[in-house]
Design a protein around this ligand. Structure first.
Ligand code: FAD
Length: 385
């Protein structure tokens, strides 16, 4: 089989690239699972930017704010008048995104996995396996949208993520949660290297956490989260787990392989959210790939790197620096930092201008209002200014 573009992975990033490219080019989209969106590996908290209009029916609730809990008991509530984020049914969302790509003309190959990639004279040859049978596809370009364990990343020679977060989550039936707020819990005993969450999702609540460089498995911390008084007695409906790669290199292009989404380590370092950046990156990748195909190779695929770096790459690297400060905070210092954020002027700024997709972009303004934050890591904090 031949295609202009082979998209590997039918998650939000792959389906977006396939949908946009299939309008003018021959596209095949290969997904190793038989049903897109399964198994589920997401809490489903996404801003409006990350949910295209045609996928809005996957929204199960909306939230107006967040409550940040320090490990020592202090809680900071940030609230806005209107909805700040959607909570989506991620499996439903992925199915819609995939079907839109197919409707646009992409040829789907479900239950098929890419095993290896090799450069050939005019593109890339991919070896696939489907129900025990081997086949190959010759493509002029490969879009690697194959998530955290990306085989495309391996064959492109691009670097591994700086940090790999490990996550676990349960959907529970609970009565005692404010439907307008996401709860976030910090602490070395709560979720080392990241945080735990409680997200209202319609009739259910999503309780989960990610860890990094932790001494125990995520399930150990989840057990502690479920033992908190407000969650005790909640009935467990389902459990999911997964990984989130964060900290990309400068380039997401290796030869004729372009990486998007988690394969490119484009998830946000402060929240672990990767749906928005996956979709945005896929749009930019599709634009560059399309120009390359139409110009018969006279433009360069590397143009994609300038586009994603400009759009969200700078934010990712700034957010990664903020993460390094966070990793050095003791429980006592987390409490101290949250109290500084509760200063009325800082709180007002966060509530009015805080952007879940670009949280680190606000750091210079916050530091101007609260220079006391410099105490946590003067060198890194100054580099944010
Ligand atoms: C516990 C947890 C909670 C999260 N919560 C949120 C959240 O609330 N909000 C948010 O924005 N993000 C969240 N994320 C991150 C988010 O899920 C990812 O960033 C997002 O799914 C990335 O999209 P993607 O299309 O790049 O990759 P994926 O969604 O991982 O899709 C990759 C696809 O490629 C397929 N694939 C892999 N290898 C191959 C192969 N060799 N051949 C063929 N197919 C292959 C996989 O089956 C998969 O379908 C969370 C992640 C975890 C683990």
């Amino acid at each position: 089989m031949r295609a202009d573009v082979l998209v590997v992975g039918g998650g939000p990033a792959g389906s977006t690239a396939a949908r946009l490219l299939a309008r003018d080019h021959d596209v095949a989209i290969v997904e190793e699972h038989r049903t897109p969106g399964e198994p589920l590996q997401c809490a489903g908290l996404v801003t409006e930017r990350g949910v295209p209009m045609f996928a809005r029916e996957s929204v199960v609730s909306e939230v107006k704010g967040v409550r940040l809990h320090s490990p020592l008991g202090f809680a900071l509530t940030l609230e806005s008048r209107s909805s700040r984020a959607y909570v989506i049914d991620r499996s439903h969302f992925d199915r819609i995104m995939f079907h839109e790509a197919v409707d646009a003309g992409a040829v789907p190959k479900l239950g098929t996995s890419v095993r290896s990639l090799a450069d050939s004279a005019h593109g890339v040859r991919a070896s696939l396996r489907s129900e025990g049978k081997e086949e190959s596809i010759e493509a002029r370009i490969v879009v690697g949208a194959d998530g955290y364990k990306s085989i495309c990343r391996r064959f492109s020679g691009l670097p591994s993520p700086k940090h790999m977060l490990t996550g676990i989550q349960v959907d529970v039936k609970c009565v005692d949660i404010d439907p307008d707020f996401v709860e976030v819990f910090f602490g070395r005993d709560v979720a080392p290297g990241f945080f735990a969450w409680a997200i209202p999702a319609g009739d259910l609540t999503r309780l989960g956490l990610c860890t990094w460089d932790a001494s125990d498995a995520p399930a150990v911390y989840l057990k502690k989260l479920l033992a908190r008084p407000q969650f005790r007695g909640c009935k467990r409906v389902s459990t999911t787990s997964g990984k989130i790669p964060i900290g990309p290199g400068r380039s997401a292009v290796g030869g004729r392989i372009m990486l998007v989404g988690d394969a490119a380590c484009h998830a946000k370092p402060l929240s672990g959210g990767g749906v928005y950046t996956g979709i945005k990156g896929a749009e930019l990748c599709a634009h560059t790939a399309s120009e390359f195909l139409e110009s018969r190779g006279r433009t360069t695929l590397k143009a994609y790197d300038s586009l994603w770096n400009e759009e969200f790459g700078k934010e990712l690297s700034r957010a990664f620096r903020v993460r390094r400060i966070f990793l050095n905070l003791t429980d006592k210092k987390i409490e101290k930092a949250l109290r500084i954020f509760s200063d009325p002027a800082v709180k007002r700024l966060l509530e009015k201008q805080g952007d879940i997709d670009y949280p680190a972009s606000l750091s210079p303004a916050i530091l101007k209002l609260a220079p006391r934050l410099l105490q946590f890591s003067p060198q890194i904090v100054e580099s944010l200014l």
